[in-house]
Design a protein around this ligand. Structure first.
Ligand SMILES: [Zn+2]
Length: 166
């Protein structure tokens, strides 16, 4: 790494630590020529390619902003939004791709949002999937109902007579 002060081509790492739960590595460096110190941050690249072809770094706060709009008036708090954005980032990074189209970010939002709040999910899906009619909503709601019917009851795994816990 080039020294930002004297532009010496080499520098020495004097300290290295993980930040942001291991997503980034911060390195404290020292320039052997001018002796000044500086910090670098290393992060695995994840770019989002917009429909226009322009790419920009993946930004968790953009995910939060988009989902927050869909969650207006719903019982969803900031922590849940942050957690959802983290799930989205994890899901995208898990694909191993360095670049993803922006519509894949939208797709990655739908699944955890459905778990979080079904009304917000319908709102988000209606925009993202460009619902054009009531029939589109009906179809989506039918799928949500089918999913609920399949899902086991929250207490279903507790044998009858067993303590409820807590
Ligand atoms: Zn230097």
């Amino acid at each position: 790494m080039r020294c930002p002060f004297c532009h010496n081509a080499d520098s020495r790492v004097i300290d290295s630590r993980e930040a942001d739960e291991g997503a980034t590595t911060r390195r404290r460096r020292s320039c052997p020529k001018c002796g000044r110190r500086f910090t670098t941050v290393e992060e695995a690249v994840l770019a989002v390619v917009k429909r226009s072809g322009v790419s920009e770094p993946f930004n968790r706060s953009k995910v939060v902003a988009g989902v927050r709009r869909a969650c207006q008036g719903r019982p969803v708090d900031e922590d849940q939004l942050q957690k959802l954005a983290q799930q989205v980032e994890d899901a995208i990074r898990a694909t191993g791709a360095a670049e993803v189209p922006s519509n894949e970010v939208g797709l990655a939002i739908l699944k955890p949002l459905r778990e979080l709040d079904e009304v917000a999910y319908l709102r988000f899906a209606s925009v993202y999937r460009s619902f054009t009619s009531v029939a589109d909503f009906e179809k989506e709601i039918a799928e949500l109902r089918a999913r609920q019917a399949q899902a086991p009851e929250p207490t279903g795994s507790v044998p009858s007579g067993a303590p409820a816990g807590g």
